[in-house]
Design a protein around this ligand. Structure first.
Ligand code: ATP
Ligand code: MG
Length: 473
């Protein structure tokens, strides 16, 4: 028997144990908390299952802790929940579930602890710790969950075909846990995912995307994407990415496999950012390569304009994935659009005007863009990688110099449209736009400095050229 009493250090467990004894119900800590406790991973969500009413248990526990604690409960589902310190405590009565084919919503009946463990997704998530007075701290792991945890195995407690067909979201969860915990999915379980992949269609996009984002935020997201690809789920949930896979050869010349390249870029960028959106930019940076691919005689494989087409696809992909369509999407779009620009800068003698233009377009996202470009170097040749990284370092330094001199990053035109209209006594018109634009171009090209004096002088000159006269004050 595994005794975990000394691991239940938080006083809440004693409270729940006392209250359960008073109500005469068996109560267990279950699921993710038990798994994470054994893995020594921090976990702020605690799930309690009792053989009886979860709502009554939650209310009695809350009263004992502090009568002011507010308990939320859902009578229909028999669940209750409250926050205590920074913990999220969830209570439910042990239940038995049965499913019909078109929905992942089960028909629920009261059940035993064993019934409750049977309905859980994986053996490592189906362990319970007793809070009973006579066996406090005892681990109940009916499906060898502890062994699977030690061996790093994801496996369903019952027949995996039934488990996945009942609730196909579990296929995403299997791959997500394999990625987050760096575990294997047992062969039978993995095969069942492949067989049941089409069932993913009954799951809401929000839930699928939620799991996918957890994969993307893991330490090594490529693990999850490889599994999604191997099982056939990727083609169903993110077909554009599936299409990156494959190599074509003409005249003995092959291009690289853009799927594996993208995975490498995604893994690379985890070292410089935890930002979900920059990681999404890594996923999508080459997304339009398959449709822009050409074989040109004497040149080889080209993907002209893939950054432009790719950035145009971003809104559609975000909409399909039910990802936010505001600034996050705009950011990803901008990263995809600009991802070749710093590379272009490393190839030529860098002019200040090219640097200014890049700063102007990237604005405050310039650092993210440089991270993406550095992650985009995926050569196997270490010397080559280091040489490229050195060149990027050089670009970074030069960008810094130009920024210090000209403050282009958050460029605001030194003469406003208002001032142009006032000076020449005109209303909003094409001329105002022309003057503003020429001043901006002159600053970016380094013909004039980014200050009021020089911009004002240029405005007067341009006005005269356009036949405008200075208005009387
Ligand atoms: P995380 O909190 O990191 O998402 P978790 O395992 O705690 O991981 P939750 O969604 O919080 O996941 O669920 C808590 C527990 O409920 C799980 O450990 C598992 O036992 C059970 N569970 C959750 N979702 C499902 C599901 N779709 N099918 C079966 N059991 C599930
Ligand atoms: Mg949880």
């Amino acid at each position: 028997m595994t005794d975990l009493a000394d691991k239940l250090t938080h006083p809440i467990f004693e409270v729940i144990s006392d209250v359960s004894a008073k109500l005469n119900v068996e109560t267990y800590v279950v699921g993710g908390f038990v798994r994470d406790l054994l893995l020594r991973r921090p976990c702020k969500d605690i799930d309690f299952v009792c053989v009886g009413s979860g709502i009554e248990l939650a209310q009695a526990a809350a009263r004992k802790i502090d009568p002011r604690v507010h308990v939320n409960f859902f009578k229909n589902f028999g669940t209750a929940h409250f926050n205590y310190e920074d913990y999220d405590l969830e209570f439910v009565g042990a239940r038995k579930e049965s499913y019909n084919r078109d929905s992942r919503k089960p028909i629920v009946e009261e059940g035993t602890l064993q019934d409750d463990q049977n309905r859980r997704d994986f053996t490592i998530n189906a362990m319970a710790i007793s809070l009973g007075k006579n066996n406090y701290g005892e681990l109940l792991a009916p499906f060898n969950g502890l062994e699977d945890l030690d061996n790093g195995i994801i496996r369903t407690p019952l027949d995996p075909d039934i488990t996945f067909s009942d609730d196909p979201l579990r296929m995403m969860r299997a791959i997500r846990f394999a990625t987050q915990l760096n575990f294997y999915i047992e062969a039978k379980t993995l095969e069942a995912i492949t067989r049941n992949k089409e069932r993913i269609k009954i799951i809401s996009q929000e839930r699928i995307t939620d799991e996918l984002n957890k994969i993307i935020l893991a330490k090594k997201p490529s693990t999850g994407f490889r599994l999604l690809e191997e099982t056939g789920l990727l083609a169903l949930i993110l077909p554009e990415m599936q299409k990156l896979k494959g190599v074509e050869t003409v005249d003995d010349k092959s291009h690289k496999d853009n799927f594996y390249h993208t995975l490498q870029v995604l893994d690379n960028i985890t070292f410089s950012t935890n930002d979900l959106w920059l990681r999404w930019a890594a996923i999508l940076h080459d997304i339009a390569k398959p449709v822009t691919k050409r074989f040109e005689d004497g040149v080889g494989w080209t993907f002209h304009g893939h950054e432009v087409v790719g950035s145009k696809w971003v809104p559609r992909i975000f909409k399909n994935m039910k990802l936010p369509l505001g600034p996050e999407m705009k950011f990803v779009q901008k990263m995809v659009y600009l991802h070749l620009r710093p590379i272009a800068l490393t190839k030529e003698e860098i002019s200040d005007s090219a640097l200014r233009r890049l700063l102007f377009e990237a604005g405050d996202d310039i650092d993210s863009l440089m991270k993406l470009c550095e992650a985009d170097i995926t050569s196997k040749n270490k010397t080559k990688v280091n040489r490229y990284l050195q060149r990027f370092e050089n670009v970074r330094q030069k960008l810094k110099d130009v920024e210090e001199r000209d403050s282009i990053r958050n460029f605001q035109p030194p003469v406003s449209g208002e001032l142009i209209m006032q000076t020449f006594g005109i209303g909003p018109s094409k001329e105002v736009g022309v003057i503003k634009d020429k001043i901006k171009e002159a600053i970016l090209d380094g013909e004039i400095r980014n200050d009021y004096e020089e911009a004002h002088a240029m405005m007067l000159k341009l006005g005269a050229e356009l036949g405008l006269t200075i208005a009387a004050k």
